[in-house]
Design a binder for this molecule. Structure first.
Ligand code: C2E
Ligand code: CA
Ligand code: CA
Length: 709
């Protein structure tokens, strides 16, 4: 009721009071008479709809108000008539006194909620409230709720799909959620994985599982609680019944935490294995070079304080031949047996390593005297030198050892290792199966060897190789029956002995090409000799590796227009050391062609006698070392006698090598040797001199003379 409409004073006061109250309620308010006339309203009402103060008046019809309202932009999307129709029929339908609610859109897109109550005395009392902001707020809440639900679904999927164990606890230490891997890692029963489970119950179970950390159940639970209370989150690794579990705690904002649990047993084992593999040799499980060098580095400090340590570099002799001819499986077995034998020579503080191939190293620390290292080297050589039985066959291998002793030969790992290696080189070049200490000046020697190696590569094309020939005399025939071709290398103004360069040629594989040249050259020369003199050619075991040795021999014979019977091939025991099928096949093929096969240097190896049974040799050449000892050692004479006898019974001829004196000649003649070879009759000669000798009878005369005397 507006103040201006009041009658009496008291009525006026009442009206003023009511007016003030109406103006102060925080929403729009109006009353419609039962005849749809505007009776009462407040300023909020006007403001909500945008009515100016003078625009509305008491008694204004609903229709007029609706018209005005529409003009002001309220109820967009509806015509004033439509709106009036709907609104008035709604009011008319609601005369029960119950409160009904309605929403309308007004200018500016805001939403007004109207509530109507009908009283027969007053008409409709309507309140109007702008609920635009409230709607927006509830929409946001609704959205958040949806989002949260979606997140929960996602979390659930995540929790159940990760392979790690996961457990989420609230701030009060109650289980929110955990997944299957978590239950599996700790073997948790059904009742302990239910949401709401108390941390204590889980911890108690973990204690029963063996996660005690050494104390009692109470101590364990208290400790874990304490860790959580102090929020000491992070990684920790624990052992559980032989498995390794990595646990990680992550705090949550609300005071709870998430823990992840991963069984890293395999991962750790793999890591350990990889670490081990990186530092050990797979075949022998000995430390490898990396580990060895690190162990040596740890010894440096002691060495600089004056403590003594020795480094032994060990190399197997003939290993390459065994590996090449018998195959890698046998080679591997040789390495394994050798490493076991080496291991037997070490002490607890020593380090034995396999550096690769057939190379081993032994670090002896500490030692008292230099002689300690010599003793061990000696033991190593003896132990490796004893025959090995592999796959039913006997294999002989040797070891060469180079020794450097610190601090005298160096303190730094690099220096000691280099010096031990140089000493090894020396031991090998001195005929193998020996040891050698490092000496100053070895470096220069090695340089020399390297330059030989480099020079040898060019020797063939530079035509620096030539053959000399040494006759073999048949004692029954009393003439030269065979001539051995021996290789010479003229290099840098001097003639290098085959003893010096053949081993290098073998190691580098150059022997294959050189050997072919020797064979062709020897046969070519032989073709210029009288019809029945044979040529003997030395073969290196490496040459048997090239499969087509027989075709090479066949082609060289054809090129020289010589029958196979004019050729003798001399092989040494080291070839047979590796008794393998290809070797024997080649030997038999060659022999079937008519080529004669001689066993050279007989008596220098371990089991020469057993080799005699392995192949029907045509000739045995008794090593010249027996000739040297003939007059001083009684057993040499006995051996020569026995070998000649054996040769006879096996149908093999015998040649005595290195006959230098008349006494020696007499001796071998007495025992029945077939041939003799040596300086007494002739040194190796250039081709022309040899040809002269063959065409004269000077040698024959010499023999005759000796026979007569
Ligand atoms: P080898 O097969 O035992 O050759 C015989 C060696 O004894 C030759 O040494 C020869 O000069 C030497 N000699 C001959 N008569 C006497 C003597 O009365 N007293 C002494 N003390 N020595 C005598 P050379 O020519 O230095 O050859 C040494 C080794 O080199 C040969 O021993 C052989 O194993 C190897 N060799 C030589 N030429 C070749 C070749 O063309 N191919 C291969 N694979 N090896 C070869
Ligand atoms: Ca020979
Ligand atoms: Ca010989």
């Amino acid at each position: 009721m507006r103040a201006e409409d009041a009658g009496s004073l008291s009525e006026m006061a009442e009206a003023l009071l009511l007016d003030a109250a109406l103006e102060n309620i925080p929403y729009g308010f109006c009353v419609w008479s039962p005849q749809f006339r505007l009776v009462m309203w407040n300023k909020h009402y006007r403001d909500l709809y945008g009515f100016a103060a003078e625009a509305i008046y008491r008694g204004m019809s609903l229709e007029e108000v609706v018209q005005l309202s529409a003009q002001l932009g309220n109820h967009p999307g509806q015509s004033p008539d439509e709106f009036y129709e709907a609104y008035s029929s709604q009011l008319l339908a609601n005369r029960s006194g119950a409160r009904t609610k309605n929403q309308e859109v007004v200018h500016g897109g805001r939403t007004i909620e109207t509530a109507h109550v009908f009283s027969p005395a007053l008409g409709w009392v309507v309140t109007h409230e702008d609920i635009t902001d409230e709607i927006a707020r509830t929409e946001v809440v609704q959205k958040r709720k949806l989002e949260l639900e979606r997140q929960n679904i996602r979390l659930d999927a995540a929790v159940n799909n990760i392979s790690q164990g996961l457990c989420m606890m609230d701030a009060k230490g109650r289980l929110i959620i955990c997944n299957e891997p978590y239950a599996r890692i700790y073997n948790l029963p059904e009742r302990l994985i239910k949401p709401g489970t108390q941390l204590e119950d889980i911890l108690s179970h973990l204690f029963d599982m063996g996660m005690s950390a050494g104390g009692t159940r109470e101590e364990y639970i208290a400790w874990r609680r304490d860790v959580i209370a102090r929020r000491e989150y992070g990684k920790n690794v624990h052992e559980l019944n032989g498995r390794t579990i990595m646990m990680q705690h992550h705090p949550m904002k609300d005071g709870g935490w998430v823990s992840t649990h991963e069984d890293i047993t395999e991962q750790k084992q793999n890591e350990a294995r990889i670490r081990h593999l990186a530092r050990h040799d797979a075949l022998t499980d000995l430390p490898n070079r990396i580990e060895f060098l690190e162990q040596m580095a740890k010894t440096e400090a002691g060495l600089s304080r004056g403590e003594m340590a020795a480094v032994l570099y060990i190399d197997l002799d003939h290993f390459k031949a065994v590996n090449d001819t018998l195959g890698h499986a046998v080679g591997d077995e040789v390495i394994k047996q050798a490493s076991a034998r080496l291991w037997g020579t070490t002490r607890e503080t020593d380090v034995l390593a396999r550096l690769g191939g057939d190379e081993f190293a032994l670090l002896m620390r500490p030692i008292e005297h230099v002689s300690d290292a010599a003793k061990v080297a000696d033991r190593i050589i003896k132990s490796i030198g004893a025959p090995m039985i592999i796959g039913g066959q006997q294999i002989e291998i040797g070891a060469s050892v180079g020794i450097a002793v610190g601090p005298g030969d160096g303190v730094k790992t690099d220096t000691l290792v280099k010096n031990a290696d140089l000493a090894l080189y020396k031991a090998k070049s001195e005929g193998r199966s020996t040891y050698h200490f490092f000496e100053t000046g070895m470096d220069a020697e090695l340089q020399q060897r390297r330059s030989i190696e480099a020079g040898l590569r060019l020797a063939l094309q530079r035509e620096e190789l030539r053959l000399v020939f040494q006759p073999l005399l048949g004692l029954a025939e009393n003439r030269v029956t065979c001539v051995e071709a021996l290789l010479r290398w003229d290099h840098d103004g001097r003639t290098i002995s085959p003893v010096e360069f053949i081993p290098i040629a073998e190691e580098t594989g150059l022997i294959v090409a050189i050997g072919e040249w020797v064979l062709r050259e020897a046969l070519k020369t032989c073709a210029t000799w009288p019809g029945d003199v044979r040529v003997a050619v030395n073969l290196s075991p490496i040459q048997f590796k090239s499969r087509d040795l027989t075709s090479l021999v066949r082609s060289a014979l054809a090129d020289a227009h010589l029958p196979a019977t004019r050729l003798e091939l001399e092989i040494t025991e080291s070839l047979l050391l590796a008794e393998n099928e290809t070797t024997f096949k080649a030997l038999h093929e060659l022999r079937a062609m008519g080529v004669r096969i001689s066993m050279d240097d007989f008596g220098t190896g371990y089991s020469s006698l057993s080799y005699l049974r392995s192949f029907p040799f045509d000739k045995i050449k008794i090593d010249r070392s027996f000739m040297r000892d003939l007059t001083t050692r009684g057993d040499s004479q006995a051996i020569i006698q026995a070998v000649i006898g054996l040769g006879k019974s096996l149908g093999m001829t015998t040649t005595a090598e290195g006959v230098e004196t008349e006494e020696q000649l007499e001796m071998v003649r007495k025992h029945g040797a077939t041939e003799v070879q040596g300086f007494l009759f002739s040194p190796p000669l250039p081709p022309a001199a040899l040809a002269n000798l063959l065409h004269s009878d000077s040698v024959k005369a010499q023999v005759d003379r000796k026979k007569a005397s």
